[in-house]
Ligand binder design. Structure first.
Ligand SMILES: *Cc1c(COP(=O)(O)O)cnc(C)c1O
Length: 366
């Protein structure tokens, strides 16, 4: 049965994005290399990153491969990384450094609070050994949107390298790299650009990327080597996910046709706020307060109804055309609903009706 994904990626893609994959390409042919180069150029534009200061590197694998590539290629043996964390994806960065034997410290906030630029300023003042700072933009764990602008100011003010995991926000929230001045921004093919899973991409400041030369702990995730090969003429260093690349190129065209990132943001925000309002009417509350709620994915607290079961609700909704997402925060019983991908206001209205129906069914069981 076909159902729409209300998950933060893989997500529901358009027919035309799926159809773009019906072509087999060889990896060294010029037709294909041109597509890679076009994607790199388009991503720079979408990020408002000037060609003078920034470049784009594509990396095989899921989003985590991109984060691991940046951390293990940029944080050298003499360096120390400060990880600002308020969710599972921040914690995963710590895991990456432990696997690679990279010196790191963690600054944690509860999952419903954002990392605070003033606290980061203090930490940097007290620990001059720190050379790099990393943070997640949209913490998909909870749906909170972190303030990368204020943190970037502090980090760059201290002259440190700033790494941003913008996996679930880039393409759905406007990010201005020239203004932000971040050194590495990571996202992946299967989130707000609305492509299919298979690679991540890194928007890198050229000087910060150059500083990675010879530092990588891994061969296949060596960001600088990947760049060096790709920058010649668009040929990837090792076999690339050719069909995924074609789908991604099509997805970028569709993002432009929608009117760019600002327009997509408005659609996502409308989806998100429409559903939150409808859920509120049903007495279902969000975990994150509205000021910090991202337009991407929302964590909802379990409704207070007799015999509530997430599994039962999940199946009920799935049979009616939508897949929702289990919760991931640890201190509360929650579920999550993503609103990115080929998802529109009518889907949110339909979903709220299905949930309302489900709650009526449960009420009648009493
Ligand atoms: C999706 C996501 C990732 C990457 O996860 P993968 O499963 O490796 O694709 C990393 N960070 C955030 C914030 C994400 O939403």
């Amino acid at each position: 049965m076909n159902y729409k994904l209300l998950t933060p990626g893989p997500l529901t893609t358009s027919e035309t994005v799926k159809k773009a994959m019906m072509v087999d390409h060889c990896t060294w042919d010029n037709d294909y290399k041109v597509i890679t180069q076009k994607i790199r150029k388009d991503l720079l534009e979408l990020a408002n990153a000037s060609e003078e200061n920034y470049t784009v590197v594509l990396m095989q694998g899921s989003g985590t491969f991109g984060v691991e590539s940046v951390i293990t290629s940029s944080v050298g043996k003499e360096d120390k990384l400060l990880i600002c964390e308020n969710g599972a994806y921040g914690k995963r960065m710590k895991d990456i450094t432990e696997h690679a034997g990279i010196n790191s410290v963690v600054y944690s906030e509860p999952f419903n609070m954002i990392p605070d630029a003033a606290k980061i300023d203090e930490i940097l003042k007290n620990d001059p050994e720190i050379t790099h700072v990393s943070m997640v933009h949209s913490e998909t764990t909870s749906g909170i949107l972190n303030d990368i602008e204020s943190v970037a100011k502090v980090v760059k003010g201290h002259g440190k390298t700033f790494i941003v995991d913008a996996m679930s926000s880039f393409g759905g929230v406007v990010i201005d790299m020239d203004k932000l001045g971040a050194d590495f921004m990571i996202s992946s093919s299967n989130k707000c650009i609305q492509g299919v899973p298979g690679f991540s991409f890194i928007i890198a400041r050229k000087d910060a990327l150059k500083a990675c030369e010879g530092k990588a702990r891994s061969l296949s995730l060596d960001l600088y080597d990947q760049f060096k090969t790709m920058n010649i003429d668009g040929k990837w260093r090792f076999t690339s996910p050719t069909h995924v690349v074609l789908a991604f190129a099509q997805a970028i065209e569709e993002l432009k046709a929608e009117g760019g990132i600002q327009k997509r943001y408005e659609r996502y925000l409308n989806n998100n706020r429409t559903l939150i309002a409808k859920m509120e009417e049903l007495g279902i509350k969000t975990y994150i307060d509205i000021d910090h709620q991202s337009p991407i994915i929302t964590t909802y607290l379990y409704p207070e109804i007799h015999n509530y079961s997430f599994e039962e609700m999940y199946e009920y909704i799935k049979e009616r055309g939508y897949a929702i997402y289990p919760g991931k925060v640890t201190e509360a019983d929650t579920f999550r609903i993503g609103n990115i991908g080929e998802i529109y206001e009518e889907d949110m209205i339909k979903l709220a009706e299905i949930i309302k129906e489900f709650m009526e069914v449960k009420a009648n069981e009493q």
